[in-house]
Design a protein around this ligand. Structure first.
Ligand code: NAP
Length: 345
């Protein structure tokens, strides 16, 4: 997987991000969309991938005999990760909501990788009961799952609820991941070298965990802010899962700004003006694949946040985004309660 040339330094990143945050706080700007200079700065910061320090042989492994479940594997980062893993010989379970798109992506992956061990599973992660049913059925059918990659993500322009009355993007971005992971833990624990990777976003840097409005019922619904909050929740969830399930290696990562349908649809102006500078899906998927297959990734402690194959802080310097252990435990209890409410008996 080819990376992008090194342009900026880590220190410059940190200084610029700190300036970005203080600018946002002063002008009350939106974390991603409403402030064009912030968007450009964010893009620039994450475009400058330090690929020069990547060790190529980290990915020089065969994963034949290992199985990988990837949500949202028909498009963008998920498809690129599925392709890379299939090329390394892994069995790939693509979890997608749209059958036609999924089959088309599967055909591309099989053709290019020459690996036929690629399976499509149809699941809309916004349908909470169905997430349970899918995971429980998968557990019964398959003997092993080595790696779960929670990649699918959703930004809504307006608040909508699912059949269970839950805000839809929360159902996809947070509760879907919680249920899928929790249900599959016993299968992962039975499998050698189990790993769970979640794809978050740098948007989470401007959010503190908020547990009082999980369904975004109060206040004006701002889809991008809601998304950024969910991305913070994914980071906290990963840290907490790592403490509870110590036999599994958990990680969460930011892919950088990547040219995918999600960005083109959710941020059309930004996409138009920055298109030439965005990462390719392969480049965005690089750290996902590294976390999923490399030996060196699991030498880091479980529960960490990564950018460009490196553990990085989950908070910016001087940020106000830290939450207390009590809030984090309460958050996990709320997820457990919600998940149980819709668990099939
Ligand atoms: N692109 C970036 O710059 C960027 C930056 C930071 C983080 N991310 C994260 O990267 C992840 C992948 O996004 P992407 O950029 O690669 O976008 P993408 O190409 O649009 O992929 C998103 C995938 O998620 C699937 N998905 C969405 N809602 C779903 C649902 N309810 N049930 C099942 N699948 C669902 C989509 O399915 P359909 O094809 O059927 O819509 C698609 O396969 C997301 O978590 C996103 O938040 C992306």
């Amino acid at each position: 997987m080819k990376g992008i040339e090194l342009v900026g330094s880590a220190q410059a990143h940190t200084r610029s991000l700190t300036r970005t945050l203080s600018h946002q706080r002063r002008c009350q700007a939106h974390p991603i969309l409403l402030c064009p200079c912030t968007v450009r700065l964010w893009a620039w910061l994450t475009l400058n991938s330090p690929s020069k320090r990547f060790v190529e042989k980290d990915l020089d492994v065969s994963v034949a005999g290992r199985s990988f479940m990837i949500t949202g594997a028909n498009s963008g980062i998920g498809k690129a990760a599925a392709m890379a893993i299939a090329k390394k010989g892994g069995t790939v379970h693509m979890v997608c909501r749209n059958k036609d798109k999924a089959e088309e992506a599967r055909a591309d992956i099989v053709k290019e990788s020459g690996n036929k061990e690629v399976y499509v599973h149809i699941l809309d992660l916004s349908e909470t009961r169905k997430v349970w049913e899918f995971a429980e059925a998968f557990k019964k059918k398959y003997k092993a799952l080595n790696v779960l990659i929670n990649n699918a993500g959703s930004i809504m322009s307006q608040r909508d609820v699912n059949a269970e009355g839950l805000e839809k993007s929360f159902a996809v971005n947070v509760l879907g991941i919680y249920i899928l992971t929790k249900s599959l833990v016993p299968l992962l624990e039975k499998s050698p070298d189990p790993r769970v990777i979640s794809v978050t976003s740098g948007g989470m840097f401007v959010q503190k965990l908020r547990i009082g409005n999980l369904q975004s019922e109060r206040g004006r619904y701002d889809g991008t802010m809601v998304y950024a909050q969910h991305k913070r929740q994914q980071v906290v969830m990963t840290e907490q899962f790592a403490k509870t399930h110590t036999n599994i290696h958990f990680s969460v990562m930011h892919p950088g700004w990547v040219d995918t349908p999600a960005v083109a649809n959710a941020m059309p102006d930004f996409h138009r003006s920055m298109k030439e500078s965005l990462r390719s899906p392969d480049q965005g998927a690089d750290t996902v694949v590294w976390l999923a297959i490399s030996e060196v990734a699991i030498t880091n402690p479980s529960g960490r946040f990564y950018q460009d194959r490196r553990v990085v802080s989950t908070h910016l310097p001087l940020a106000w985004t830290h939450s207390s252990p009590l809030e984090e435990q309460k958050f996990m209890s709320l997820l457990e309660e919600l998940a149980k409410k819709f668990q099939p008996h």
